[in-house]
Structure formats: C-alpha cells, structure tokens
Design a protein around this ligand. Structure first.
Ligand code: HEM
Ligand SMILES: *[C@@H]1O[C@H](CO)[C@@H](O)[C@H](O)[C@H]1NC(C)=O
Ligand SMILES: *[C@@H]1O[C@H](CO)[C@@H](O)[C@H](O)[C@H]1NC(C)=O
Ligand SMILES: *[C@@H]1O[C@H](CO)[C@@H](O)[C@H](O)[C@H]1NC(C)=O
Ligand SMILES: *[C@@H]1O[C@H](CO)[C@@H](O)[C@H](O)[C@H]1NC(C)=O
Length: 341
C-alpha cells in the first residue's frame, strides 16, 4: 500500500523546520559526502548525456525554460533539501507545487520526459533529484553550448512534499537583508552565496503583484508617486508602465515583467550591473545594496569572470543542501509520485 506521503500536519512541518534551523550546516556538509562528480559513470554511463540531449532540445524550443529549471532547483533545495520533493503531485493539492510561491514554476513535463528516457536506458538508477540539478545546469548552459558548472550527483528522492513547508522555507520577495541572511544560513549558505545566487535573477520573469507595493504604494498612499526611493526613477516608470493594472488591483497576479530587462534570456552577470544601477525588481534584490559586505560583493560581480567562477561555487553548495544519499530515500520510477511498494 502507498503511504499517504503528502499528509503532513502543520505541527510536524514546524518541528522539521526548527531542526533544519538548528543543524542546517551540519546536515548540508555531512550528507554532501555521498555526492560526487560522475556518480552514474558505471551504473548508467549515458545518464548525463541523455539528460542534456532532452533538456537542450526543449530549451532550444523555449528559451524561458532555463529560468524555470534554475528556479525549480532553488525551490527544491530550500524545502527538505534537494530531494525532488518539488516534483510530487498531491491528490489533496497540499504539495510544495501547490503553495503560493509556486507562481511560474514550470517545466515538469520536460523532467518527466528525461526520466522516461533514463528509465528506458537504466531502469531504477537515476534519481529525479539529480535530474532537477542537471536540468538547471543544462538549460542555463544551452546558451553557451558548454557546461557552465559541474553537477555532483548521487542524490536520492524524498517521499514527502508539503505546501506548508514551501511557505516556511522559500524566502519572500519582500524580505530584507538580515532576514535573507538568516534564511540562507539556515541552509548552510553564507553571505557570499546569498549575493551570488541572487544573480539567478539575471534570467526570467516576475509577477507584478510581488513588487507592486514598491512602485505604487510604498508608504500606503497608493498613487504612482508613492515609489520606493531606492529604485532608480526611470526603472520605476518602466515597471509602472508594465504593471499599470496593479494600481487598481494590487493582487493581479497575471502580468509578468522580465527581471533583467533587455537581457532576461541571457545568463550573465548583467543582473549585478542592473542591481548596482538600482534596478532590482524585488525588495530582496534591492536590499543586497544595503549591507556593506554584500554591496562590496555586488561590486566584484561587475566582472563577468568573477561572476561565472563565483556562481559555480555557490550553486554547488546549494545542490548539497539536505541531500538524501546512500540508502536513504528512494529512486522514484516516476518523478511526480513516490514508488508504490
Ligand atoms: C534570495 C532569495 C530569493 C527570493 C526572495 C526570490 C524570489 C523570487 C520571486 C518572487 C520570483 C518571481 C516569481 C514569479 O513572479 O513568477 C523569482 C524568480 C526567479 N528566481 Fe528567485 N528568489 C530568490 C533566490 C533565487 C535563487 C537562489 C535562484 C537560483 C539560483 C533564483 C532563481 C530565480 C529565477 C531563475 C527566477 C525566474 C523564474 C521564471 O522566469 O519563471 N532565485 N524569485
Ligand atoms: C500553484 O498554486 C496555486 C494556488 O494554490 C494552484 O492553483 C496551482 O495549481 C499551483 N500550480 C502548480 C504548478 O501546481
Ligand atoms: C492568483 O490570484 C487568484 C485570485 O486572486 C488566486 O485565486 C490564485 O490562487 C492566484 N494564483 C497564484 C498562483 O497565487
Ligand atoms: C527567514 O528568517 C526569518 C527570521 O528568522 C524567519 O522569521 C522567517 O520565517 C524565515 N523565512 C524563511 C522562508 O525561511
Ligand atoms: C497600500 O498600503 C497600505 C498600507 O500598507 C494598505 O493598508 C493598503 O491596503 C494598500 N492599498 C492597496 C490598494 O494595495
């Protein structure tokens, strides 16, 4: 009989997040021992090539997939570790993917396609958690036709996915620096990782409702002059133009704006150039300039070489968060459901 994997009382979720808070660093480094480069070299030598082939084909047809998979990897790793819990469907709509921060999560069907090909080639060997990690690297790298970072593999799949845990572990776009720093350090990531990984916002889109208060209602006056003074005025005008419906309906969650305008399909250090010019979309972006050490890192990341090198290191650490390895977890047969026996 299948276990009711998704039924998780709110109280349990709170206990779990407290545990992660108190020993996040320990978990991340201890379990990362089970990961290594080329984990499938013997057990499924074609695994990484198959994943890359499918992901590149799909990304060629839809360049926005790079942002979808990069963000999917972030959300997977921040909730219960990188265990593919973000992929699980729930009959009661209470899985991670059903929580509000899921706005714009997508690409699940491509993950399923990769999984189907891998099950054909090497049944029961390659985890969905590793497929998510590979899809992020491969879709982002498609633009350059070469791997931008190395992916350690050997993750195994979790069996639990909870919308409550998504809510309590995915930082809100309204977060300020001190909060983000705590949220990242709870995952074993430091200030450098926070700044560098925020550079993920060099690709993709954001929904207007997530930042409309910054451009229309910063101090509660609710008019187009009531703008967050930390935003560069022409950029604020641009956002207001894109999000004009949100002046009437701040909850309108249908309109989207590119996060790094003019460069939102290109994975590069341009996010940090825009950020330094006070063109960060969310409070969580702008706030990186409010701390001296973080602002100093933003300065260093104006150099593309420094950016690519730093991103490699930080995303490797992100990919180690709370992983299941060895005999923990399982290798799912299908990525959207736990195994039934
Ligand atoms: C620092 C804390 C972070 C916050 C508060 C945050 C918040 C957000 C929000 C609110 C969106 C817009 C979603 C939407 O409107 O559909 C977004 C998009 C995105 N985020 Fe983050 N994020 C953070 C860190 C990261 C990290 C670490 C990565 C990956 C390295 C990442 C990658 C992305 C990508 C690629 C998108 C675009 C998604 C798309 O185009 O559909 N974010 N983020
Ligand atoms: C995201 O959450 C919303 C609201 O709970 C839900 O309607 C939607 O189906 C979810 N999206 C996905 C991809 O599951
Ligand atoms: C968007 O807003 C509508 C209505 O306010 C709401 O029902 C829906 O769940 C929202 N979608 C997401 C993904 O938050
Ligand atoms: C981030 O940290 C703050 C301060 O400890 C906490 O209140 C909040 O719940 C955390 N949020 C996430 C998403 O981890
Ligand atoms: C504007 O902000 C104020 C104060 O935060 C809030 O009470 C009000 O509901 C907001 N108005 C709109 C239309 O969002």
């Amino acid at each position: 009989m299948a276990k009711p994997a998704f039924v998780m009382a709110a109280s349990t979720a709170v206990v779990v997040s407290l545990l992660v808070v108190s020993c996040g660093i320990g978990i991340a480094s201890a379990q990362a021992a089970g990961l290594k480069k080329g984990f499938y070299k013997k057990s499924c030598p074609q695994a990484e090539a198959i994943a890359q082939k499918v992901v590149w084909e799909r990304t060629a047809g839809n360049r926005e997939l790079a942002a979808k998979f990069l963000r999917m990897f972030f959300h997977d790793c921040f909730v219960r570790g990188c265990d593919a819990s973000v992929l699980l469907d729930s009959p009661t709509n209470t899985a991670e993917k059903n929580a509000a921060p899921n706005l714009s999560l997508a690409g699940f069907e491509v993950i399923d396609e990769v999984k189907a090909e891998l099950e054909e080639a090497c049944p029961g060997v390659v985890s969905c958690a590793d497929i998510v990690a590979l899809a992020a690297r491969d879709s982002v790298s498609f633009q350059y036709k070469k791997n931008l970072w190395e992916v350690e593999t050997g993750r195994r799949d979790g069996t639990i996915s909870s919308d409550q845990e998504a809510l309590s572990n995915i930082p809100a776009p309204s977060s300020t620096f001190d909060i983000l720093l705590i949220n990242f350090s709870n995952k074993g990531l430091g200030l450098q990782d926070l700044v560098v990984l925020s550079g993920g916002h060099t690709i993709g889109i954001g929904h207007c409702n997530l930042f409309s208060s910054r451009i229309f209602n910063f101090t509660g006056k609710n008019n187009p002059s009531d703008v967050d003074p930390s935003i560069n005025p022409p950029y604020a005008k641009f956002l207001q133009g894109q999000c004009s419906r949100n002046l009437q309906d701040p909850n309108d969650n249908t309109t989207v704006v590119p996060m790094d305008p003019g460069s939102s399909l290109s994975f590069d250090n341009h996010y940090f150039v825009s950020l330094k010019a006070h063109q960060g979309m969310f409070t969580s972006d702008a706030t990186l300039l409010t701390n001296g050490r973080a602002a100093n890192i933003v300065d260093k990341l104006q150099d593309p070489g420094v950016f690519f090198h730093s991103f490699k290191n930080s995303i490797k650490r992100m990919g180690q968060i709370g992983v299941l390895t060895g005999t923990n977890g399982q290798i799912r047969k299908k990525c959207n459901a736990v195994n039934s026996s």
